[in-house]
Design a binder for this molecule. Sequence first.
Ligand code: ATP
Length: 238
Amino acid sequence: MTAEPLLSVRGLQAWYGRAHILTGVDLTVDRGEVVALMGRNGAGKTTTMKAIMGLLDRRSGTVAFDGRDVSALPPHRIARRGLGYVPEDRRVFTDLTVEENLEVGRQPPRDGAPHWTPERLYALFPNLAEMRGRRGGRMSGGEQQMLTLARTLMGNPSLLLLDEPSEGLAPRIVQQMADALRALKAEGLSILVSEQNLAFAAAVADRASVIEKGQIRFEGPMRTLLEDETVRRAYLAV
Ligand code: ATP
């Protein structure tokens, strides 16, 4: 049996112009696992996600996904392999309805990944079902966040990269987002979620990787991070 991780990132470095932001990030996500990438503002969470997706001009290191090195592939081909990226800023088509937004994301089913249809997604996100005819531009920030996630799921990814999904959401919506992520995990989806909110991460993640100044400083079970006040104080805003 293969015990190799679904996602394996080794020595990932990234630059914005001449600014060297990631100086060697190592992290893994196993099949069916939810890993929280934690760290303060500016620690490098978003940059790590973008570098994994091939969205930065300059980076080095290796990114292996599902047993293959994808480091040299362009973003759309990485996505086609089954990596679904949900960026921090909501990306809904404001002139399209909820239903139409979902159709834009539709891809064929993929072996080893859950197969999503609008109906299955409406069951997961009941508030989207209620507003299926509404245009994206007429939704709240939290609803747009849900819709962006749902549209990404229409691509039937086997791994989700979620960048700060709880940021700026009302507490009730944060709870809905956490429930949705737990339901996705129960479907067998693997998730790498970047978060600053420790309570949110604790509610959804099996394991945590904590990043500071472009390097992973702690890696271990979520439970260990919750018990380790020294690490929390050193690298998190708590
Ligand atoms: P946040 O929670 O603020 O999104 P983060 O952990 O995601 O934090 P990044 O967005 O990855 O952090 O930023 C890491 C570092 O890279 C920061 O010092 C930031 O100022 C810098 N940075 C981010 N984007 C750019 C850019 N386009 N050009 C130059 N520097 C950038």
